[in-house]
Design a protein around this ligand. Structure first.
Ligand SMILES: Cc1cc2nc3c(=O)[nH]c(=O)nc-3n(C[C@H](O)[C@H](O)[C@H](O)COP(=O)(O)O)c2cc1C
Length: 205
């Protein structure tokens, strides 16, 4: 069983419509630990050794956050800058994250159609997440397609949010239980929309 760590970052959780419900859905899932960064570090004084120990203890690292300025809330940038040390995460002797699986679980205000060539955001979500992909690559990690819930601000309805919750649970359980085809999960565009296509075929007993 893989151990899953969800590094959760939402600066105003009391105003969250979607992330709050997504994180509630995976709370208490066996083998899944949620680490709320803004709760742990309200003044951003990130404990680097504690964060590194958590990373070492887990096999799948999920960055869950609202999409802010085509990236993540600032605490995640601070986290990257401090925690992913040279000689630890990358560079000479920096092999502590090697072989782990990672991806972003995000919500966006913009609709899916905006995240296309010709849309008002001009780039796909995967293109915009390229720095996360490359960071994972440099650290020897396996970077999967994002789990992205679009139009989260107020456009999608409660039934869509409920469906996203179920898909998110299914995704984390599949990762935990090694039931995902990782090559297809990396090549997909959005795991929130195509999860069934990237599940590994069940072995016939
Ligand atoms: C500072 C800030 C920056 C944002 N930047 C983006 C953005 O780049 N693209 C986008 O689609 N939505 C953007 N949004 C909208 C948020 O992504 C959206 O409110 C959030 O995903 C909703 O999730 P929640 O209900 O959990 O807060 C931004 C919102 C804020 C407050």
């Amino acid at each position: 069983m893989r151990r899953v760590l969800v590094l959760f970052a939402h600066p105003v959780l009391e105003r969250s419509r979607v992330n709050k419900r997504l994180v509630d859905a995976i709370d208490h899932l066996e083998g899944v630990k949620i680490h709320d960064l803004y709760e742990a570090y309200p003044t951003m004084g990130i404990d680097v050794r504690r964060e590194q120990a958590l990373l070492v203890e887990h096999d799948v690292i999920v960055f869950q956050h609202p999409f802010y300025w085509y990236s993540a809330p600032s605490i995640l940038k601070e986290w990257q800058d401090l925690v992913l040390e040279h000689g630890w995460a990358y560079g000479d002797g920096g092999d502590k994250l090697r072989g782990k699986i990672t991806f972003n679980a995000i919500t966006t205000g913009g609709p899916e159609a905006a995240y296309r060539k010709g849309g008002y955001n001009r780039f796909t979500i995967k293109e915009l997440l390229a720095p996360w992909d490359q960071t994972a690559y440099l650290c020897g990690m396996r970077y999967l397609a994002p789990f992205a819930v679009h139009a989260a601000l107020r456009v999608i309805g409660d039934s869509d949010v409920a469906a996203s919750r179920l898909t998110y649970v299914k995704l984390l359980e599949a990762l935990r239980d090694d039931r995902l085809d990782l090559d297809r999960a990396a090549a997909a565009e959005n795991l929130a929309l195509t999860l069934d296509d990237v599940m590994a075929p069940r072995e016939v007993a």
